[in-house]
Design a protein around this ligand. Sequence first.
Ligand code: ATP
Length: 369
Amino acid sequence: MENNEHIPCVELKKLVKRFPETVAVENVSLKVKQGEVFSLLGPSGCGKTTTLRIIAGLETADEGEVLIDGQVVNKIPPYRRNCNLVFQNLALFPHMTVEENIAYGLERRKTPKTEIKEKIGKMLDLMHLAGMEKRYPAQISGGQKQRIALARSLVLEPKILLLDEPLASLDRKIRKELQVELRRIQKELGITFFYVTHDQRVALAISDTIAVMRAGRLEQIAPPDEIYDTPRTKFIADFMGATNIFSGRAALKGDREVRLESDEGLVIFAFNHKNIPVEKITGISVHPERIHVLAGDSKSRADNSFKGKIVEMVYQGDFVETKILLLNVENSRSIIVHLNTKLSQKSQFSIGKVVLVQWDKENSNILQD
Ligand code: ATP
C-alpha cells in the first residue's frame, strides 16, 4: 500500500500556458508537500496567478499535467476539485452580512445550523472580527474584507487552500499579526497552503518552501533561509534585497574557494560550498546587513575589504542605509551597507568620511545566470 504522506498534495509537471501576446507559464514543474505552506513568489506579471488558476481549474493548461493527491486533474472541472481545494476569492457577496458571507460555503454543504454558528464564532475570534457579524461588506474596511474572505475559505477546512495575495492591502501591523495567525491556523488544521505573493517579506515569513518565478519560469525552489542566504541567480538576489551584486569572471582558489574578478576590477572571495562549476559562476552577491564598516584608518588586509567614501545615509529606524563609493576602482561602484543606528551617530561614519568595508567570505553568495 502506498503511503499518502509521500504523495505530493499538488504536483505540476511541465506546465505551459500561452496567451496571444505572452507565454505566461513556461515549463513549470513543482511539488507541494502535504501540510506545508508553499509560496510562489515573483514580480507582477510573472505568471503566478495564471499558475494558481490552472491548479484551481479556472484556466486550462496548454501542456503539462496538474496532479492533486497523485491524481491527474486536468480534465476535472473546478467545482469537482473543490471538495478539497479552495480558491480564495476576495469578492464578498455585497447583499450578505459578514456572518452570512462566512457561512455561505458551509450552508451549501448542508452543515447543521448549530455547527455553522460555532465555526463562525471561532473564525470571527481568530480574525479579530467579533462584533461585526451583522455588517455588510460596504460597511467595513478593505483590510476587514480581506480577513472575512480568508475566514470564508478557512472555515471550510479544505485540504488545500489556494491564496492569491490575501494580505496585500493590509497595513504593516495587521499584516504581521495575520501572518502569524495564518501560519498557526494552517499548522493547527493541517491545511496545505499554495500561496501567491510578490512580497518577499511575506513569503519569507510564512513559507516552508518558496518557488521564485520570473517571466513564466521557476528560478529556484528552496526553504526561505536558503532563498535569502544563497539565491541562485542575480534576479533572485536582487529581488530578495541583496543589493550588492558583482558581475565578473570566476576562478577556483583551492578546492573550496572561488576568486571573482568583478567588472570593476575588484577581487572578491567566496566559499564554494555547493561545488558550482566555475564556468557557471557569473557573479557574487552580499546582503547589506552582512557588511561591516570600519573607520578609515583601520588596518585590514583581510579578503573582501575595500576602501570607500560615505556618500549617502538614509535613516530607516533600526539601521541606516549607507551608500559607500569605493575608492581606487576604475568605474564608479558603490556598496550599500546597513549601518547600525548607534554606529551611524559616530562622527567617523558620517557623509564624506573614508571608511573600510569588509565582509566575511561566508557571506559572499555565488550567483549563476
Ligand atoms: P500579478 O502579481 O500582477 O497579479 P502575476 O504574476 O500573477 O501578476 P499573471 O496574472 O499570471 O501574473 O500574468 C502573467 C502574464 O500573462 C502577464 O503578462 C499577463 O498580462 C498575461 N495574462 C494573464 N491573463 C491573461 C489573459 N486572460 N489573456 C491574455 N494575457 C493574460
